[in-house]
Design a protein around this ligand. Structure first.
Ligand code: SF4
Length: 139
């Protein structure tokens, strides 16, 4: 299979804090011979690392200080969809809870660590376009 994967799960230091979320089950997918297409929608959308974390608030993505970073999130999501189509991926394994990559549960926009039902911007765009999305928690 060819799988679109959140870069931080592969060990790239692309998280907002400049660290990663290396995940043994995701690495196992690589070891099993699956082809991986790595994306970090927040970096691909032009945001720096490290960066202020964002959360989805209504139809926007804002930092805790209220800076609107929706455009960067959308640009990163569109890049991920473009790659998914170009590479013909079979599915995506994305980082849980992220406002970009989360699928099923995301932070609720209060910057308090509280989760709500919902999908990150990239996960939603992929789902809307027929790409199967799971998080690393479901592997
Ligand atoms: Fe990981 Fe996705 Fe956040 Fe990039 S945007 S750091 S790939 S969760």
């Amino acid at each position: 299979m060819k799988i679109l994967v959140s870069k931080c799960l592969l060990g790239y230091n692309c998280r907002y804090k400049g660290d990663n979320c290396l995940n043994a089950k995701v690495i196992d997918l690589v070891k099993q011979g699956h082809q991986v297409v790595a994306v970090c929608p927040e970096q691909d959308g032009g945001l720096p690392t490290p960066r202020d974390p964002g959360e989805i608030v209504g139809d926007k993505v804002l930092t805790k200080e209220g800076k609107d970073i929706t455009a960067e999130y959308r640009k990163g999501a569109e890049h991920a969809l473009e790659l998914a189509r170009k590479e013909g991926v079979d599915m995506a394994v994305l980082k849980s809870k992220s406002p970009s990559c989360g699928c099923g549960k995301i932070y609720d926009g209060t910057f308090s660590g509280t989760l709500k039902d919902g999908n990150g911007v990239t996960a939603q765009l992929l789902l809307d376009n027929g790409v199967k999305v799971v998080t690393e928690e479901l592997l």
